[in-house]
Design a protein around this ligand. Structure first.
Ligand SMILES: *[C@@H]1O[C@H](CO)[C@@H](O)[C@H](O)[C@H]1NC(C)=O
Ligand SMILES: *[C@@H]1O[C@H](CO)[C@@H](O)[C@H](O)[C@H]1NC(C)=O
Ligand SMILES: *[C@@H]1O[C@H](CO)[C@@H](O)[C@H](O)[C@H]1NC(C)=O
Length: 257
C-alpha cells in the first residue's frame, strides 16, 4: 500500500515536472532589460502554434482575425471577415524597459507578418461613382498582406493585481497605450476580388503594391490600431496567467498588499 502511494506521488510529480513551463523560466530582475526582453521573445516562441496548456495560454501563431474593417478615404470599406495572422511567434524583441516606480513599460518588437483571409469590399458614395463608374460597389474575395520588418513600439502602464492564489500578476489596459510603428515593405496579394462579375484584383493589386507608401498613410492608422489591440490581447492572455514570482526575482507582494 505504501509503495503504491509512493509510485502514485512520484508519477504525479513527474507528470507535473514534465509539463511545468513555469519551472523552465529564468527569473529576471526588474532592472535587467535584456533578460526580460529575452523572456518575452522566448515566450513567444514557446507559445507558438501549440500554446501553453499548463497556464491555459492558447496558440498565437496563427492568430485568428474576424471582422476587421478598414476605411479607405471614406470611399470604400474593406472588411476581413475571417482571416489569420501568421508570424507573431517569430517576432524579435528589440527592447524592454520597466520603470517600476512609474509602473510603465516600453517595449519594441520587429516582425515579419502575413495576414490572409476573406474580404468584403463595400462602398457607396459620389466618389465610388467617379472611380468605379457605378453608384455602389460590393465585392468579395481573398486577400493577403505581407508586412516586412514591421517595427512596433509600445509605451504603457503596467497594472499589478492579486489573484485568489495570493500571487502578484500584471495586466495592461488597452486605452492607455501609446504606440508607434514603421514598416519597411508591404506586399498585397489577392486571389480574386469580385465586384459584380468582374475580377478587379489584376487592376487593384498592382496599384496597391506600387503605391503602398500612400496606402500605408491612408489605411495605416486604423490597421495598426488593430495591431495594438492584438498586442494587448496576447500580452494579457500570457502575462495575466503567469505570476510574477515565476519570472521576476523581486518579491512584488508589497504592490498589492
Ligand atoms: C462578423 O460579422 C458577421 C456579419 O456581420 C457576423 O455574422 C459574425 O457573427 C461576426 N463574427 C464575429 C466573430 O464577430
Ligand atoms: C524578416 O525577413 C528578413 C528577410 O526576409 C530577415 O532578414 C529578417 O531577419 C526577418 N526578421 C524577423 C524578425 O523575422
Ligand atoms: C514576499 O513578501 C511578503 C510581504 O510583503 C511576504 O509575506 C512573503 O512571504 C514574501 N514571499 C517570498 C516568496 O519571499
Amino acid at each position: 500500500m505504501f509503495v503504491l502511494k509512493l509510485v502514485l506521488v512520484a508519477c504525479a510529480v513527474l507528470v507535473k515536472c514534465d509539463a511545468a513551463f513555469v519551472d523552465t523560466l529564468t527569473k529576471c530582475s526588474i532592472q535587467n532589460d535584456e533578460c526580460l526582453s529575452n523572456f518575452y521573445e522566448s515566450s513567444l516562441r514557446k507559445i507558438g502554434s501549440v500554446g501553453i496548456p499548463e497556464i491555459n495560454m492558447p496558440p498565437i501563431d496563427p492568430y485568428k482575425i474576424t471582422n476587421v474593417t478598414v476605411k479607405v478615404l471614406d470611399v470604400v470599406t474593406v472588411t476581413m471577415t475571417d482571416g489569420v495572422l501568421r508570424g507573431l511567434s517569430k517576432c524579435k524583441s528589440l527592447k524592454y524597459h520597466m520603470d517600476l516606480k512609474k509602473r510603465t513599460v516600453v517595449q519594441e518588437f520587429v516582425c515579419n507578418l502575413s495576414i490572409i483571409g476573406n474580404i468584403v469590399i463595400e462602398g457607396s458614395s459620389p466618389a465610388v461613382q467617379g472611380i468605379f463608374g457605378a453608384p455602389s460597389i460590393d465585392g468579395v474575395g481573398t486577400g493577403k498582406v505581407k508586412l516586412e520588418k514591421l517595427f512596433f513600439r509600445f509605451d504603457f502602464p503596467l497594472i499589478p493585481f492579486k489573484k485568489e492564489d495570493g500571487e502578484v500578476y500584471f495586466k495592461i489596459l488597452n486605452k492607455n497605450i501609446k504606440y508607434k510603428y514603421d514598416v519597411k515593405k508591404v506586399i498585397f496579394e489577392a486571389e480574386k476580388l469580385m465586384v459584380g462579375s468582374e475580377d478587379i484584383s489584376k487592376v487593384v493589386i498592382p496599384y496597391l503594391n506600387n503605391n503602398y507608401e500612400i496606402m500605408l498613410q491612408i489605411i495605416g492608422p486604423e490597421f495598426f490600431k488593430k495591431g495594438k489591440d492584438i498586442f494587448v490581447d496576447v500580452y494579457n492572455m500570457f502575462i495575466g496567467r503567469i505570476s510574477t514570482k515565476n519570472y521576476l526575482s523581486e518579491n512584488l507582494s508589497y504592490l498589492v498588499d
